[in-house]
Ligand binder design. Sequence first.
Ligand SMILES: NC(=O)c1ccc[n+]([C@@H]2O[C@H](COP(=O)([O-])OP(=O)(O)OC[C@H]3O[C@@H](n4cnc5c(N)ncnc54)[C@H](OP(=O)(O)O)[C@@H]3O)[C@@H](O)[C@H]2O)c1
Ligand SMILES: [Zn+2]
Length: 363
Amino acid sequence: MLLDYMEIPRYVVMGPKALEHIPGVCSKLGFRGLGYIVSGSTFTRRIAEEVLSLLEEGGFKAVAVIVSGNPRCDGFIEEIRSIYRDAKKGGARFIVGVGGGTVLDTAKLISSWLNAPFVSIPTSTAHDGIASPAVSFLLRYRLSMCSEGEVKISAPMAIVADIDVIKDEPYHMVVAGFGDLIAKYTAVKDWRLAVRERGEEYSEYAASMSLMSANLSSRHASSIKDKSVYGIRVLVKALIGSGVAMSIAGSSRPASGSEHLFSHALDLLSFKHGFEPRSHGVQCGVGSIVAMYLHGGDWMRIRNLLLSVKAPVDSKTLGIDEEYLVEALIEASRIRPERFTILSKIKPDRGVAEDILTKALVI
Ligand SMILES: NC(=O)c1ccc[n+]([C@@H]2O[C@H](COP(=O)([O-])OP(=O)(O)OC[C@H]3O[C@@H](n4cnc5c(N)ncnc54)[C@H](OP(=O)(O)O)[C@@H]3O)[C@@H](O)[C@H]2O)c1
Ligand SMILES: [Zn+2]
């Protein structure tokens, strides 16, 4: 029998004024010594200052630091290394990330290098890294370019999601989170394909949980589109569920298949051709239409779900040239060869890629 080894968050606090619970959560987790609060430099900085005051009022010592770059910037890894060196020198004992995907990924990486626990305070719903034991593809790519070895990322010890903070996020972040969740339909299909064709390890529990996140957001697409408090709560819960599914599986398999490879390929091609990529979840949503078409599933349903929240579904609404989308589909089958998906079977050339994207109404 194989040994299952799962690392899942101990506390999830979600709702209005959830931030006020941060000192209590840190106490319950037994945190002592200096806390390092990582945020971005604009919107999230203000929230981080609130978290700093709350921790100090709760008797903790803490400092707030800012990460201003992102994985698209050349000096980003050096910026994270510098924060890590300061945190180590200062004797940081726990890390608190306050922000979007870039900030949470930064906090996860520093927590891993320091071997210190991490608390996730998401300020938006744009991605499913809120609870996941993983950093983004682009950040891993950057790390490998800087000769950083494979890093073991842990799941956050706790998640504190303040709906009062998150509900004011711009609508494009809601759309991105929805796309990242719809992507789970094809991620699970790809995983099952890899089980059938490659004998890959499978967790029905993790796959069901990931699909539940996709179903939950589909069922409540209308509240999500209205950006009602209920809709935002559903989105946050589903994103946390997707991250926990990855923890249960011990990999990103339940959350990331060929649709994610398509998005990763677009990110990489944007450097080569100098175009502006769209956010991760938005690209994954379009990738999911294509992946569902290739699986012979109901791709029109995926398209309609995305349209129901006004998410992009094609080259025009994405604002990315057809030529780049064709190249991305070809590249997607090559960039992560160890991840077996429907694209590993098809390995489209230019003609086939054009045909697929045309039939799936993407170009
Ligand atoms: N780990 C994973 O599993 C995973 C999964 C998907 C994506 N990702 C990564 O996540 C990143 C994308 O995340 P993201 O889309 O959240 O973008 P982001 O790069 O984190 O930037 C978000 C921007 O929005 C601002 N912001 C955050 N919350 C806000 C709010 N409630 N209202 C107004 N503005 C707000 C931020 O302010 P500040 O300037 O103050 O920061 C920042 O300027 C990418 O690097 C991607 O690779 C990771
Ligand atoms: Zn994703």
